[in-house]
Design a protein around this ligand. Structure first.
Ligand SMILES: C[S@@+](CC[C@H](N)C(=O)[O-])C[C@H]1O[C@@H](n2cnc3c(N)ncnc32)[C@H](O)[C@@H]1O
Length: 419
């Protein structure tokens, strides 16, 4: 059976031609979301359409490839395929969430670790979808701005999370909040929240992450509009800038975290600060026990391939640029660290270009780039997280990602204080 049917065939060009589907982009997402929720109520939400697609592919294969596959067998095999992944949905769960702008599932890993079940995912990048599927068994739905994607979001879930791209809002000044955000990806986030509110099933907690620059973006107008809009929809909001280096990760990565909860709960929210903050000692003593002080050596692998050592030409270029920067008083052009250094600079989605933001010093050789696995370690991804894409794609994906332990520490507080 293995050779006869697989989830990836739902992308197969010949099959697409055969069924002539008009809205084909989300087909694999429908089937995997259905199979992934096979043992719980969420399955129903995707069932009708998924059955139709599975039947179509069974018919197609039987006819075109002269096979004799039964629907039930096909379903069982596909089910096995989505469940044998490294990070399947926990069988017992205490809350449901949706994962927007999901990237490679940094939020999902953290929330699953805390007993959450993901009921819907959206991420339109094909390569990120491949990584997501290899680890969680689900192919994310595509463009979240489209109704043809939004219509698949189940009515009931407790938490909405996502790291949406930061965009300026209009300055029209005539409208306020919600309407001001029209045409941006944040508008789609609030649209989803608003629809749940209107049907009397409000989202309990909104958990967003963004670049630190959001705070002063457009002279503070962007963050102000985000907060006002969430207030308008009935949420209290707390924001905080946290640094990954304080959460057991040897990386200097500052990000803003936005947490919104229903006003009617009449609660406040306190962020965790991690190990380097005095505030932290006052109320997080207990949870800090698990966070260890780290150094770069903790995320390095034993015998990295020589291909990660940078060439003489590239190294000479880095040195030249460093000199030029220094002369202009611009700081350093590249940043090299060794295993004893406490933390690296921030890994970004551009790391694949020349790696200059984080180079590892080597004795008797030019410095080297992080390997993709090390880039994953630097964002707190576990060892068994599968990297099924090229090195360049992997660097982009980890550079774009959240630091998993930070998300987990914040969500742990959300669970304790707000859910
Ligand atoms: C900063 S990354 C988020 C990474 C994620 N938090 C993680 O841990 O990997 C933002 C993601 O939003 C995705 N994205 C942007 N616009 C989108 C859209 N209209 N629909 C779906 N995904 C979108 C991008 O492809 C990108 O992967």
């Amino acid at each position: 059976m293995k050779e006869q049917i697989s989830i990836d065939e739902f992308d197969n060009k010949k099959f697409k031609k055969h069924i002539g589907d008009i809205d084909e982009s989300n087909r694999k997402a429908v089937v995997t979301h259905f199979l992934h929720n096979y043992h719980n109520g969420v399955k129903k939400h995707y069932e009708k359409e998924a059955n139709k697609y599975i039947k179509e592919i069974v018919e197609y294969k039987n006819e075109e490839e002269k096979l004799n596959i039964l629907y039930d067998d096909a379903e069982q095999y596909l089910l096995f395929e989505v469940e044998k992944v490294p990070f399947p949905t926990p069988k017992d769960y205490s809350f449901k969430f949706i994962d927007l702008f999901a990237g490679i599932g940094g939020f999902r890993l953290a929330l699953q670790n805390l007993g959450g079940k993901c009921v819907f995912t959206s991420e339109w990048d094909k390569f990120a979808q491949t990584t997501y599927k290899a680890n969680f068994g689900e192919t994310p739905f595509g463009d979240i701005t489209k109704e043809s994607t939004k219509k698949y979001i189940p009515e009931e879930f407790d938490v909405l999370c996502g790291g949406f791209p930061c965009q300026p809002f209009s300055h029209a000044g005539l409208k306020k909040g919600f309407e001001d955000t029209r045409g941006t990806l944040f508008f789609d986030v609030v649209d989803i929240i608003n629809r749940r509110k209107e049907i009397g099933k409000p989202v309990k907690v909104v958990f967003l992450e963004n670049v630190k620059g959001l705070k002063n973006h457009d002279k503070g107008n962007t963050l102000k509009t985000i907060i006002e809009t969430l207030n308008e929809l009935g949420y209290e909001v707390a924001t905080e800038i946290l640094n990954s280096k304080n959460f057991g990760i040897p990386q200097n990565r500052e990000r803003i975290f936005i947490v919104g909860w229903l006003k009617e709960k009449n609660k406040t929210f306190r962020f965790p600060f991690g190990i380097d903050s005095e505030d932290a000692v006052i109320y997080e003593k207990e949870s800090l026990v698990n966070i260890k002080s780290t150094a770069v050596g903790d995320i390095l692998i034993k015998r990295p391939d020589v291909k990660y050592t940078i060439s003489d030409k590239l190294f000479a270029g880095h040195i030249r640029r460093r000199k030029e920067h220094k002369e202009k008083g611009n700081g350093f052009g590249f940043s090299s660290v060794n295993e004893k250094t406490q933390y690296t600079s921030t890994i970004s989605a551009r790391y694949y270009k020349d790696g200059s933001e984080i180079l590892i010093e080597q004795t008797d050789a030019n410095p080297r780039k992080l390997t993709p696995r090390e880039a994953g370690n630097l964002q707190g991804y576990p060892e068994n997280y599968v990297i099924p894409v090229s090195d360049n794609q992997a660097y982009k994906q980890f550079g774009n990602s959240v630091s998993v332990p930070v998300i987990q520490a914040v969500f742990n507080e959300i669970k304790k204080q707000l859910l």
